[in-house]
Design a binder for this molecule. Sequence first.
Ligand code: NAD
Length: 257
Amino acid sequence: MSEALQSFDLTGKAAIVTGASSGLGHHAARTLAAAGAKVAIAARRLEPLVELEKQIEALDGRAIPLRLDVTDPASAADCVKAAETELGPISILVNNAGIADGKAALEVSEADWDRVVDTNLKGAWLMAQAVAEHMTRLGHGGSIINTASVLGLTGTGQVPAYCASKGGLVNLTRALAVEWARHGIRVNALAPGYIETDINRGFLNSAAGQAMRKRVPLQRFGTPEALDGALLLLASEASRYITGSVIVIDGGQSAAL
Ligand code: NAD
């Protein structure tokens, strides 16, 4: 294998994927494990994680399921500690846990707002802080990958808290990249467009969703596999000189007027 291809290899590295019980997080955990990483798979419900652990182990990978609520600082700290105890120093964090709102701005209650922003923005910050604390104390660097969205770069109706939280996450990515570069911690973001998962299946299959699909330059919605290349790039040494970046994976949707 060429040196360039070898730089994507994650053999022996320990990773945490938040929100691994379904959708993109579930897929990302399998992708990292297939590239050789030992993966702590974390979410609020343990049962789907135990199932995913079995799937990864069936492919000769290593995974440990951990209960995590990213909105709770104690839970975030416990998750990182348990992952490190079981797997060794954590060098990759995929901040993937997220929820969407789906209400007109005038109908969003304070509780709705807090739920979305606490999960998508505060949760990512709590996890990044907990992981970076370990990385700096142990003196090894690492890669933090925040799952933002094209809705963190552009706006649309009916998802105000989601757009605000993902926009905040994009700029948190840049701020942490600048501050933690001196510790060898790279911080980047993925900005997916519409990828069919539980979070959006209803909408994507509706008439409005299908009309939107026709406006995507590549004429289709994404699948979780569409994120694999960018994920492996950012997780591995192949991106050793990339930090503070946002990689858009949207079939060209945000490039079009
Ligand atoms: P999903 O609903 O299938 O997965 C979300 C995951 O986050 C689930 O595992 C859920 O249990 C977990 N989660 C939610 N709240 C949590 C909490 N408080 N603590 C821990 N885990 C929690 O949706 P998905 O489409 O796989 O979304 C994954 C990420 O990708 C989200 O951040 C989402 O905003 C982002 N994203 C998705 C799309 C898309 O089109 N699917 C596009 C852009 C960005």
